[in-house]
Design a protein around this ligand. Sequence first.
Ligand code: SF4
Length: 208
Amino acid sequence: MSQIAKLLPGFNCGECGHRSCRDFAATLVDVNGLERCPILKQDRFSGRAEKIAELLAAQSEQVEIIGVLDGLHADFTLGPLPGEPSCREDLHPFNAKADLKDGEVLRYRPLGCPITHFARILRYEQGIATVHLVGPVHLINGSLMPRDIGICMVVAFEGVICKGKRPDVGETVRFLPQHCMMQKVHSGVVVHSEGARLRIEAIDLKVW
Ligand code: SF4
């Protein structure tokens, strides 16, 4: 039995959607998946989730991450913060007169990317819109009327590392945003790190 399976409760109760703890262990790819085991939250199992997280992190460091479009190697994949639909992007519109509002849905094309994106604004401050991706277009609810703001500079990403190694602050990294429709490797500089949570700025599609 794997080390991870041994750390699970061993109840084989099926609450997680699997017939046994061992089957569940085989499907775990990141720590967020542990949410599916309610038993692990009981006090008697305290500390187990942290140990499993360490084992998963060690496993994921050995995983090879390669962009589909460019075949480049990435250091890690970046997924959403807990409870969010995609990792966050910070956009700077080239239209200086764009007066954006929180909650608005935008249509834009990131500079250097051939794909039109659709995103909802979480916050608009100092000319920067922090958004979650809500498209491609066929996934958008018909009642939403996206506002077209043309080409935007994507200046930052924020999310959690799902697979791969954790970088240090100040490091130039190659990463694969999980929501990227082309699965293209991006590069940038880590400016904040808190556990698996990262903020990466100076985003570039010409990979460094
Ligand atoms: S919910 Fe937890 S205890 Fe129950 S089978 Fe799944 S992993 Fe095991």
